[in-house]
Design a binder for this molecule. Structure first.
Ligand code: ZN
Ligand code: ZN
Length: 107
């Protein structure tokens, strides 16, 4: 999955793993936006429950451990206060729960 840091507006990738309980976020790493599209992240289709592995390092830029999904379906890191989408700039209240949905081509 691809996300942006709300502080630095930089792109990073999140590795997820399918497990019994849902999708587990296992790793986050800095990535170039162009490289991300070349690697085919946009073809990913995942939806349902998300939770973090205890090893999950959080946002590689600012260390935030939470994420929000904007109406534009893109992920931005989040810690507290008003959630601002790093992609379209939309400000929204954080949605409770860990329910995200991604469909092919949304990236
Ligand atoms: Zn961040
Ligand atoms: Zn947005």
């Amino acid at each position: 999955m691809i996300a942006k840091c709300r502080n630095s507006k930089k792109t990073f990738g999140i590795r997820v793993e399918r497990r019994d309980e849902g999708w587990c976020l296992t790793w986050a790493f800095k990535i170039d936006e162009k490289m991300a599209s070349r690697e085919g992240f946009e073809k990913t289709k995942i939806s349902g429950n998300f939770y973090m592995d205890e090893e999950f390092p959080g946002c590689p830029y600012c260390g935030a451990m939470d994420f929000i999904q904007c109406g534009c379906k893109k992920l931005t890191c989040y810690d507290e206060g008003i959630a601002e989408c790093g992609w379209c700039g939309n400000k929204s209240k954080p949605v409770a729960g860990e329910q995200f949905e991604f469909t092919s081509g949304d990236y």
